[in-house]
Design a protein around this ligand. Structure first.
Ligand SMILES: C[S@@+](CC[C@H](N)C(=O)[O-])C[C@H]1O[C@@H](n2cnc3c(N)ncnc32)[C@H](O)[C@@H]1O
Length: 273
């Protein structure tokens, strides 16, 4: 089983080094996604699944000095880092069972965390979000949609084949399903009882030549995907293609003059009744 950037709490691609790399490689789009959350001055906002806290200073800018940001993460290393670096209170806990009293927050931001939950656990998490925000409060969930990822000039079906093999695998980790739920978020929020739910799909695209940060991130991401594709038993043609793309840590592939990559993130926003 791949251990790439796994936290002590067992979530893959979730340690601070990886989160920094991913955030910096996608910063303009990630900042735009947060801007769409509608957090207002004076609000109290929970960053649920804060990771290494990349969004905390940005949320602070929206809520201003009269507002308040509180963070939470399942991983004690990430939570400690956030409280040390950003000085906001960072609790250790799960989005399935938030360690906060009801109606504490005006807003809630949950970026690439719910994708680690199974379909059975996600509704519980959404009820927790409804419980901790005030009526009229805004809850924003951002998750990936892996099927829309492309690495050009790779075979366009590599990611859909990998997603399908992972989804059908016995004992698959919950993120194999969670990483396909992005474009369903609006419907899940509506079913949970949120009002005025809206959803926007954001396409993040990078074309060669990449910056150093972007190529480092893309090479590592490609290597991780190749590792799980081989581990999960994609067909022999795909295995060859993944091995080829990930040769030498993926760096030659992402350095090709015709390289193109696309990542899709979905942001859904709802109001608590
Ligand atoms: C991919 S990272 C995203 C971090 C951050 N929100 C960001 O976008 O940079 C996922 C984070 O969710 C945390 N996490 C996973 N499952 C969780 C859960 N059930 N409750 C709270 N945090 C969780 C992990 O520890 C990790 O820090």
């Amino acid at each position: 089983m791949t251990n790439r950037h796994r936290t002590a709490a067992n979530h893959v691609l979730s340690d601070s080094d990886w989160l920094d790399l991913h955030f910096e490689a996608c910063r303009p789009e990630y900042e735009a996604m947060l801007a769409s959350a509608g957090f207002q001055r004076g609000w109290s906002v929970l960053d649920a699944g804060c990771g290494n806290g990349a969004y905390v200073p940005l949320i602070q800018q929206y809520v201003g000095p009269t507002g308040r940001v509180v963070a939470l993460d399942f991983d004690v290393v990430n939570a400690d880092l956030v409280s040390r670096v950003t000085r906001v209170p960072a609790a250790v806990g799960s989005i399935r069972d938030l360690p906060f009293a009801s109606r504490q927050f005006d807003g809630l931001w949950c970026a690439n965390v719910a994708q680690f939950l199974s379909d059975a656990d996600f509704p519980t998490c959404l009820q927790e979000f409804l419980r901790v925000v005030v009526p009229g409060g805004g809850v924003v969930v951002k998750d990936v949609d892996m099927t829309a990822t492309r690495f050009y000039p790779g075979d366009p079906f590599l990611l859909s084949h990998l997603s399908e093999v992972s989804f059908r695998m016995k004992g698959a980790p919950p993120e194999t399903r969670g990483s396909l739920r992005g474009r369903e978020l609006r419907r899940w929020l509506e079913a949970a009882g949120f009002e005025d739910v809206v959803q926007r799909t954001h396409v993040i695209e990078r074309w060669a030549p990449l910056s150093h940060m972007e190529s480092e991130f893309m090479a590592q991401w490609l290597s991780y995907l190749a590792e799980i594709a081989i581990e999960r038993g994609v067909c022999p043609e795909d295995e060859l293609a993944w091995r080829d793309m990930a040769a030498d840590g993926g760096r030659p592939f992402v350095s090709r003059p015709d390289f193109y990559v696309c990542e899709v993130q979905v942001v859904a926003k709802g109001t608590a009744p």
